[in-house]
Design a protein around this ligand. Sequence first.
Ligand code: ACO
Length: 400
Amino acid sequence: GLSIAKVLRDTDTVTYDPGFMNTANARSAITYIDGDNGILRYRGYPIDELAQKSSFLEVAYLLIYGELPTSDELAAWDQNIRSHTMLHEDIKAFFDGFPRNAHPMAVLSSAVSALSTFYEDSLDPFDEEQVHISTIRLMSKVPVLAAYAYKKSIGQPFLYPDNSLNLTENFLRLTFGVPTSPFELDQDMVDALDMLLILHADHEQNCSTSTVRLVGSSHANIFGSISAGINALFGPLHGGANEAVLNMLDQIQDEGVSPEDFMDKVKNKESGIRLMGFGHRVYKNYDPRARIVKSTAEKILNKLGSNDPRLEIAMRLEERALNDDYFIERKLYPNVDFYTGLIYSAMGFPPRMFTPLFALGRLPGWIAQWREMITDQETKIGRPRQVYVGEDLRHYPNAK
Ligand code: ACO
């Protein structure tokens, strides 16, 4: 296990720790990770039990409120989220300002930030009732905004949410439905997406979550804090990796490169090419989420009738990596992003929607962490120190 060093409080001592390799910025009761042994638990519950038995809405409740809901609590939570899906009509107009080919992650972060302009009545971070309303608004409206970001990119009209559907069902209908014909939900697809959202729902102090906490530590509102988190997630070293993995597999397929030759390029540091979807700051073992995704990828691809040759390429890359000294020495294993793109692709999502799907899954984690941060008496404004390496005092040469 980790040993915890004493918190330094004297102002003369500074810890220089780029990337926070060894610095904890929060105490948290939400998610437990044991990176050496590939263990992930939300509020104490193992991720594989939740993925198998729970639902995304239930997991969201668990993360945010700390306990599994009773069936009445779950029904009320679901109903509350369903009844807040409608967006202010003016938010829809907001989408008109973006170029057609705008990346949906950029549109989503802007739209979530814009929510704070429409809901000034729920911005006080210290008013419990307002935080509750913002929580519901985010859970209800972010899936709608993500679907609209997609519709915008393909030039199709926005659909109004259908509140007879739950969050995951509504999102699928808003994404793939058209106003001219009734939309039929595919239960296999609903179940698969719901499970993937559970796997993404929290991951303790990753880059986007730390961003949400840091922004929130200035007592900025929750919409702005989460919008910042979405931007952090956009980066290819973080959530953007799921899109990058599929682009990598496409490239290998299109150029007819053998997985073996591609791996040689990755190992040659000068190429600057990384095996996307591999490696993790905390997991030095198989990412337990990747294990679940991999075992379901084949099943789901079959069910959805997809025979994607890129699955074969991905499996060959993995097999190669797990037997290669470069990867073994550095303890590089597949992370959650390695196989998810193949499933999303089989469902009909274009690669640019993969990271918004991650954002949708991570939303309850961000909300839970922001709420924990704001109510923790030990929280202080996030303000790292620096090691100054610039010029010594010098004087401006001449007067004008
Ligand atoms: N392919 C090839 N080499 C790699 C990879 C990779 N994917 N990841 C790490 N390495 C190598 C590094 O070059 C480095 O080698 P060195 O010690 O010889 O210099 C060593 O492994 C350690 O890597 P760092 O970059 O120092 O590890 P860090 O903890 O800073 O980075 C990260 C973790 C960003 C996830 C990294 O592994 C990476 O870039 N992976 C690819 C992108 C990716 O899949 N990101 C998703 C992360 S999970 C998530 O957000 C859901």
